[in-house]
Design a protein around this ligand. Structure first.
Ligand SMILES: NC(=O)c1ccc[n+]([C@@H]2O[C@H](COP(=O)([O-])OP(=O)(O)OC[C@H]3O[C@@H](n4cnc5c(N)ncnc54)[C@H](OP(=O)(O)O)[C@@H]3O)[C@@H](O)[C@H]2O)c1
Length: 268
């Protein structure tokens, strides 16, 4: 088992939702953390809570939808904590709704934050990792990156692209000492973008606790796991079936109540 004690972790999306849970789990395991998001106040609050763990914490407010701020985030992390050992691409945006009604800015925001920012952050941290022959990148995708998500089509596309990029890059970097992991959470209750809707998913799908996602990030890092699905029900067979037979996948989505639930969720 790999230890993350004393490692420098750059965690995006650390101000609210699942990020603080991930921060707590990693700080608890002894990591030093650079916390990134737009809300400085949110990050400060999380940093204050992490103080009990005794590790170093840097608060780095930044808007990851803006390209120049991505390089600034990495620059400040290295300056304040040292070379980045681990990048956790957790920041994400889900602008829900009917695709035909979606504004261009909403589409671009999802693609920039969910996909382009993780790729660029990886390009910024990887050269030093390759040189040191060690480093880990963890991407928080979504089950929506494996299964279709009506009224969340662009979000699903951004997550599928992120996951597929990770799979490709993993092969490209094989033997370099760099590990790349992807986490696929299902609906998460109590905190985060899904919990804010205040809806309970159909029992056939269910929801997981935020701590389970945080534990998966830690497991991916310490156990060098390639991919982890964090869902309330065992989804792997259904996801594999949907990949092989898209028609069966759509039938299953209806059968599980997922299509109707997404429609209801998008109506608000
Ligand atoms: N919650 C779920 O049910 C669920 C399920 C599957 C996957 N996920 C994935 O899990 C990750 C975390 O989601 P969450 O539920 O914690 O969402 P959330 O509660 O909406 O939090 C999103 C985080 O990303 C940050 N962020 C958003 N836009 C940003 C920007 N332009 N620049 C910098 N930071 C930005 C937010 O901070 P600021 O607003 O302060 O910038 C916040 O810290 C996402 O990638 C999401 O897609 C979540």
């Amino acid at each position: 088992m790999e230890s993350i004690r004393g490692k420098v972790v750059l965690l995006t999306g650390a101000s609210r939702g699942l990020g603080p849970f991930v921060a707590e789990a990693l700080a608890g395991a002894g990591a030093d953390l650079a916390l990134v998001a737009r809300s400085a106040a949110g990050l400060q609050e999380v940093a204050a809570r992490l103080a009990a763990h005794g590790g170093r914490v840097a608060v780095i407010p930044a808007d990851l939808a803006r390209e120049p701020q991505r390089a600034e985030v990495v620059h400040r992390t290295v300056a304040e904590l040292g070379p980045v050992d681990v990048l956790v691409n957790n920041a994400g945006v889900e602008n829900e709704g009917a695709f035909l009604l979606q504004r261009r800015e909403e589409i671009r925001e999802m693609v920039e934050v969910n996909l382009v920012a993780p790729l660029e952050l990886a390009q910024l941290v990887l050269p030093a990792m390759v040189e040191r022959r060690r480093g880990q990148i963890v991407n928080i995708a979504s089950v929506a990156g494996k299964a279709p998500l009506p009224w969340g089509a662009v979000y699903a596309a951004s997550k599928a692209a992120l996951a597929h990029w990770a799979r490709s890059l993993r092969l490209e970097l094989a033997g370099s000492g760099i590990e790349i992991s992807t986490i696929y959470p299902g609906y998460v209750r109590r905190a985060g973008m899904f919990a804010r809707f205040g809806l309970e998913p159909p029992p056939t799908i269910g929801a997981v606790e935020p701590e389970a996602v945080a534990a998966a990030v830690l497991r991916a890092l310490t156990g060098r796991r390639r991919e982890l699905i964090v869902s309330a029900r065992p989804l792997r067979p259904a996801l594999a079936l949907a990949e092989l037979f898209p028609g069966a996948g759509e039938w299953l989505m209806h059968r599980l109540g997922a299509v109707e639930f997404q429609r209801r969720k998008a109506r608000g």
